[in-house]
Design a protein around this ligand. Structure first.
Ligand SMILES: [Zn+2]
Length: 320
């Protein structure tokens, strides 16, 4: 877990005696919500005699948890995000290259995954205590899956704890949201984030932390992909695949905001290296930035990336 989230973990520890059956840990992408949720799950499962020493990292429960084998813990997430991709049943042993997957891994949490979770939660706990389900990211619940989860949230089996993690809680079903106790995870103070980035040897940390809007884990990712982002910010080009489309929308959004900040006479928040636009274009620039924010979500829908990106770039040209 990341040092800046200690205070949130402490507040969760204090709430342990009257633990709600569902938590919604939410905040911007890249502030360490998942690591916090995992640490709290381990804390709840730890069997160390002294509650203050939990999670101890040494008891059976902790060891099972840390190796991904605790029988009372399940984590569900889109197949495409899973740490260990499911083994392709068609891959033959001894072949040189794994057989080509016939199906793309799912980018949503499916209703089957939630049903399997319900089966798990309805069993009695193996260790006589809690059963914990971690759902990440909760906004990726496919509509049927969200409805299936809602049933569990409305009538939770005894001892079941749901921990939902979300970057975009506004996209959850309001009925799901209202069943959970919200745990906000804010952007950490810049000095704490920079100390941590420095300890990891991240190059140009200040610049990428700004580009990440202050989210340290995002900053690490940007720094790793620095050359690609520099190129994209300097001369954005039409793209052919959806992942590049999402990045392009993000780059254009942040360029537009920085131009607007500069036109206002303010420091450019995202440090994209762009120059100011004429103040006369401010209103259109902000509308464009908002549109790009929406496009970052749209890019997961079926569309033609080349046409879509060319269209975004054409709108940007009028705003320089
Ligand atoms: Zn332990």
């Amino acid at each position: 877990m990341h040092p800046w989230n200690e205070a949130v973990l402490e507040s969760l520890k204090k709430a342990r005696q009257r633990l709600p059956h569902a938590l919604l840990i939410h905040g911007p992408r890249g502030v360490g919500k998942l690591a916090l949720a995992e640490q709290f799950a381990q804390l709840l499962l730890c069997e160390h005699a002294d509650p203050l020493a939990r999670p101890c990292g040494r008891c059976d429960a902790c060891r099972w948890y840390l190796t991904g084998n605790h029988p009372d813990f399940r984590r569900i997430e889109p197949e495409a995000l899973a740490k260990t991709p499911p083994v392709d049943a068609e891959t033959e042993e001894g072949t040189e290259a794994p057989a080509r997957r016939t199906k793309q891994p799912s980018i949503v949490i499916t209703v089957e995954q939630v049903r399997a979770l319900a089966d798990f939660l309805n069993l009695r706990s193996h260790r006589g205590a809690l059963r914990i389900a971690l759902v990440h990211p909760a906004e990726d619940l496919y509509p049927n899956a969200a409805n299936a989860l809602l049933k569990g949230l409305e009538e939770p089996p005894p001892g079941a704890i749901f921990i939902l993690v979300s970057h975009r809680p506004a996209r959850l079903l309001p009925t799901v949201r209202s069943r959970c106790v919200a745990v906000p995870v804010p952007i950490p103070p810049a000095d704490a984030a920079l100390r941590w980035l420095a300890s990891r040897g991240v190059q140009n940390a200040e610049r990428w932390l700004a580009f990440a809007g202050g989210a340290p884990l995002q900053a690490v990712q940007y720094a790793q992909e620095a050359a690609g982002w520099e190129r994209l910010l300097k001369s954005p080009q039409p793209v052919d695949d959806r992942e590049s489309l999402e990045r392009l929308a993000e780059a254009l959004q942040k360029l537009a905001y920085d131009r607007a900040f500069l036109a206002f006479g303010l420091a450019p928040k995202y440090r994209t290296g762009t120059s100011a636009s004429s103040p006369a274009k401010l209103r259109r620039l902000l509308a464009f930035a908002r549109q790009m924010g929406e496009n970052r979500q749209l890019t997961r829908h079926p569309l033609n990336p080349r046409l879509f990106s060319a269209d975004m770039l054409a709108s940007m040209v009028h705003l320089t």
